[in-house]
Design a protein around this ligand. Sequence first.
Ligand SMILES: NC(=O)c1ccc[n+]([C@@H]2O[C@H](COP(=O)([O-])OP(=O)(O)OC[C@H]3O[C@@H](n4cnc5c(N)ncnc54)[C@H](O)[C@@H]3O)[C@@H](O)[C@H]2O)c1
Length: 399
Amino acid sequence: MDFRQFKQLLKYADHNAEAISQMPEVNLSKSYIFRDILKCYLVVKNGKFSFKNRLNRAFECLKHGVTSYTFVRYNKEYQLEEPKTTFSEMKRILVTGGAGFIGSHLCDRLVKEGNDVICLDNFYTGSKENVWHLIGKPNFEIVRHDVCQPYWAEIDEIYNLACPASPVYYQNDPIQTTKTSVFGAYFMLGLARRTKCKILQSSTSEVYGDPTVHPQPETYWGNVNMIGVRSCYDEGKRCAETLFYDYHRLHGLRIKIIRIFNTYGPRMAENDGRVISNFIMQALRGEDITIYGDGTQTRSFQYVSDLIEGMIRMMNSGDDFTGPVNIGNPGEFTMLELAEKVIAMTGSKSKIVFSPLPSDDPKMRKPDIALAKAKLNWEPKVGLDEGLKETIDYFKSRL
Ligand SMILES: NC(=O)c1ccc[n+]([C@@H]2O[C@H](COP(=O)([O-])OP(=O)(O)OC[C@H]3O[C@@H](n4cnc5c(N)ncnc54)[C@H](O)[C@@H]3O)[C@@H](O)[C@H]2O)c1
């Protein structure tokens, strides 16, 4: 092995830090230690490499990884990824709404995969705190900007997430909400057209309104009130889908539309009025848990990591697959079941109380994910108990 090959191995070690540190052969918490030790050997042995014990075996893993990227040790498979070599070879990816709940998890994943990420946000519902840990990384930058105004950058992919998702916030200024969805989509599509990049729209299950078909396939056109208090969000998102398709038909843009169903996880805002954050915060504070309606209305909840996987797979799918595709967890729960589960998992003494159902609240919502399974080989992996535990721990840490 020559010096160039050795340097390449170090690059693999860096890039695959987490995977390597999890290998049973490598009893080191961080691969940079591993890398430093390798470097020491390089110096000490002056190009003659002799590795001992565990390090030797880990090094062998890496060596094989250069050709296959897959290792089987102790019946466990490790997938090592090829590192991006230089900044100019990285994909530059724009995430609008990147400082929000979902956007920040997406930025985490894209940065970790070695992309050059621009997080664009006006911090209406998002916060710098969500991406604080990324600030300072050379492949991450944050831009304060409102998507209702044009934005220009040289980019390879756009994930368009900017839009408040919680009813409390999107109903606070409904005109701004419609503008964000419609002008935001318009300006981002313009940018995608100029840079000839791929663009993914985070649409929503709300485009189905109060559905008369259950579960909802993508072919269902929905049952939406266009003049209600939720219409600014629902119709804004529907119009954005229309714009995406018109840019695709008229200008041949490479578009991707996903319809996200209820998603939860760490970094949801605790005061955003969504059911999971409401129930958990009420339970943790020992307050009454409020169920709107009689509690028999159902919802399905997907954990945020499942959604991020679905988004990335959609972006990386062939240009001929534009969607829309549902990304959600079909596991269905009544609000009463959810409240009881949260009380049990938090060990809370909270009582359940009932309030009238808000206007246009859908009675049931459940994704048909056959298309996502067929086209993206995607389905959710995280069950409600596992996801709730992570989310409860997060909210506990913020009390
Ligand atoms: N969370 C869900 O269950 C869910 C379900 C369906 C669809 N979605 C969609 O996913 C996307 C992200 O949702 P989220 O749950 O992370 O919500 P969020 O409110 O946490 O994130 C939205 C982000 O967009 C930013 N933003 C809002 N208006 C903006 C503007 N005019 N310019 C720039 N930035 C702006 C906010 O500051 C925030 O950081 C949204 O488009 C939402 O419609 C979410």
